[in-house]
Design a protein around this ligand. Sequence first.
Ligand code: PGA
Length: 253
Amino acid sequence: MANKIRYFIGNWKMFGNQHSLGILNRINKFLNKSRYSAKKKKIIFCVPTTLIHSFAAKLKKSRILIGAQNCHHSEKFAAVTGSVNASMLKKSGAKYVILGHSENRIQGDTHQMIKKKIKSTLNQKLIAIFCIGESLKEKKNKKTFSVLKKQIKSSLDKNFNFRNIIIAYEPVWSIGSGKTPNQKDLSTILHFIKKEFVKIFKTNALPKVLYGGSVNNKNINKFSTNDQIDGFLIGGASRSSKKFIDIIVNYYK
Ligand code: PGA
């Protein structure tokens, strides 16, 4: 694992204002001076739309990249009050966009909409963080694999530039619940996602697959030895510089 790149992506959800820049400044300071800076890793914070432009400008010379949390599926102007599209995010300074998060699927995002969002994100040369995951009910009914397969198949297209797509496996039951899958199940699932992706799209390139759901500074250690994991999508624990720094420290311990 020493040489493999790892992603640590914060998902702030509906958190943060101009003063929250201090959190990212503290994390950046840590990244600059710590011995962990030699490890290959990417640090990305997906902040609310209100903060993208100013944070991206202020962190331009830092080790932190700024991302968005969603976009509208219409690539061009549309009369949709309150929405932003991928081109607007790009111009604001975002480099990544989270798409298909279960919290947005619950609000009505369909496979087709997510597919359009990914397409417009890629057209803007942004990197899509495509979230997939089963609900508790689907897990109990042993539907995990079929759900993941459907999500991958229905929202990706063989013509997409796969190098700019990162998959985030986030079981819905683990988000914000403190529950995480056991490592054996997780390995099997991540291996399945990579294998299915290669099979469906007839590509040789294995996708990068992150794990997300209740990752924190206390449980990160158990993920360290899991070589299927290319990184983490971190919600709650990314809102504290101390917790986020401890996640990195404990991961590489
Ligand atoms: P959590 O959220 O770390 O708070 O569980 C993860 C996410 O929703 O991306």
